[in-house]
Design a protein. Structure first.
Length: 138
């Protein structure tokens, strides 16, 4: 009997990767639904100037710390942004079918999704701030 549960499951995520000729960090996700015979890969891009820097400044303000700590902050926050983008794409039905999917930064043609990303940020910012303080020590 085939399962009627068609929930999206993230099996694995890799990254961040720096994309050549683009100011983005990208993450590769392996996703699976019970109705799919095999997992499917998608790429999520986080814009450094339009998403990462904006949310980092809203979250922490102007923080002076070592390059290593800055890197850790950027990695934690960019991964959270990529995770939120997966949830938004799922809500929007962009991941309903198997096929090549690349979630671009939520600017330009994707800017209509930016308010939803901001909602996720507003909802989760306390948790993210605490995680950064715990892992980075600021």
């Amino acid at each position: 009997m085939q399962s009627i549960d068609n929930n999206l499951t993230v099996i694995e995520a890799g990254g961040p990767f720096r994309e050549p000729r683009e100011e983005v960090l990208s993450y590769d996700y392996s996703i699976q639904r019970s109705t799919w015979p095999t997992p499917h890969g998608i790429r999520v891009k986080v814009s450094i100037p339009d998403e990462l820097v904006v949310f980092r400044e809203r979250l922490l303000g102007s923080v002076a710390c070592s390059p290593g700590r800055q890197l850790m902050i950027n990695n934690i926050l960019s991964k959270k942004i990529a995770d939120w983008k997966i949830k938004i794409a799922e809500e929007e039905g962009l991941l309903a079918e198997r096929g090549d999917v690349m979630l671009a930064p939520f600017v330009g043609p994707w800017s209509h999704l930016l308010p939803k990303l901001e909602e996720w940020f507003d909802k989760e910012q306390r948790t993210v701030r605490e995680e950064i303080r715990r892992r980075v020590g600021i």
